[in-house]
Design a protein around this ligand. Structure first.
Ligand code: SF4
Length: 360
């Protein structure tokens, strides 16, 4: 979908069949929260994430034993690219690469000797696997922290560039960078600094954002501000919740900025007011559940659910289909034109039938 945001030019990085950066669409990521050693649970959640529209799934690899899960997930037919999240131990990275992961997240500055970094780089190069550098405000290097006094945006950016530099010394450039902070202004500022200094694709996220409304607002502002400036190639909305919810939240951010193709149904609904003639709030809830149950929410159309016929059709003129509430009935309209009246008790059934016609 075309919009007015001019995307920053970045180096395309391949992750299995998916490209991050360049002119590729923005990739949505999430992370499993199962015990990686529990293959069945991790398989189930990875599959659910992929089915929900997650483009890349990150799985923590806390020890060498846990990497079995990656090969087993591949063996069971998981197609979504898998990222092994590794801290410090290069042996886990080598084992994960051996197990067939599509990307590893490791900070080379934390691995230890140059030989160990070289071993990881060489195994990545051999398999065409990129490395994501992930800098977090909570785990900055002591020297950088000492220099800046606190995890300032400059400190976060410097840390990311330090890790990238270690890979560049080995002529390795298949790098994706993420700098995350729970503080939204810091996260925005750090990414702006990186966007000005490097052409590596950037993975956006507000870390430890919390739960529910707070997390959604923080992520929407942090990620959304940067995307609106053309910065960012991939994103994760971190929620203290079921990771499946991260996918719909990410898609809503992309949809709000018109950065998402095939984002599914866009539902506009009025906030209700003194003019509302229909019990709109529960009606919308029931309708959304029904659309989701019948898979109609995947249709790329705009649906308007409006409370009155005064402003309803006019406000929703751009919608493909919609209803505007009246007393005991509602007007059905398409492209802002009124088509017919529907009795209130038949509303959801008939609207769903009309929506199904868009499938044909
Ligand atoms: Fe009120 Fe009608 Fe606007 Fe809904 S569409 S907020 S009912 S004026």
């Amino acid at each position: 979908m075309e919009n007015s945001f001019k995307r920053r030019k970045t180096r395309p990085v391949r992750v299995a069949d998916l490209i991050i950066g360049g002119s590729a669409r923005l990739a949505v990521q999430s992370m499993t929260n199962t015990d990686t050693h529990d293959i069945d649970a991790t398989y189930k959640q990875t599959l659910a994430l992929a089915e929900a529209g997650c483009d890349i799934v990150r799985i923590t690899a806390p020890d060498v034993e846990s990497v079995k899960t990656f090969s087993e997930l591949k063996r069971r037919g998981i197609k979504v690219p898998l990222v092994a999240d590794i801290h410090f131990d290069y042996k886990i990275a080598l084992a994960a690469l051996e197990a067939g992961v599509d990307k590893i997240r490791i900070n080379p500055g934390n691995i230890g000797s140059r030989e160990k970094v070289a071993a990881v780089v060489s195994a990545c190069r051999e398999r065409g696997v990129p490395i994501r550098i992930g800098v977090n405000s909570g785990s900055l290097e002591k020297s950088i922290l000492a220099k800046y006094g606190s995890p300032t945006p400059e400190a976060l950016a410097e840390s990311a560039l330090y890790h990238a530099g270690l890979l560049e010394e080995l002529d390795f450039h298949d790098i994706v960078i993420s700098v995350k902070a729970s503080n939204v202004p810091s996260m925005i500022a750090a990414n702006r600094i990186l966007a000005a200094k490097t052409d590596y694709p950037l993975h956006l996220g507000v870390t430890e954002a919390g739960a529910r409304d707070r997390a959604l607002v923080k992520s929407s502002i942090g990620i959304g501000t940067l995307l609106a400036e053309g910065i960012g190639d991939t994103l994760r909305v971190s929620l203290t919740d079921d990771p499946i919810k991260e996918i719909s939240a990410a898609r809503e951010i992309l949809r709000a900025l018109e950065l998402c193709e095939n984002s599914g149904m866009d539902i506009v609904s009025c906030p209700t007011c003194g003019r509302t003639k229909i019990d709109l709030i529960p009606l919308l809830e029931r309708l959304e559940r029904r659309l989701s149950a019948e898979g109609l929410d995947k249709l790329n159309i705009k649906l308007a659910v409006m409370g009155c016929a005064v402003n309803g059709p006019g406000e929703a003129r751009e919608a493909d289909i919609g209803i505007a509430g009246g007393v005991g009935e509602a007007l059905l309209f398409k492209k802002g034109e009124i088509i017919r009246k529907i009795k209130e008790d038949r509303l959801i059934d008939e609207l769903v039938e009309e929506i199904k016609k868009f499938k044909i």
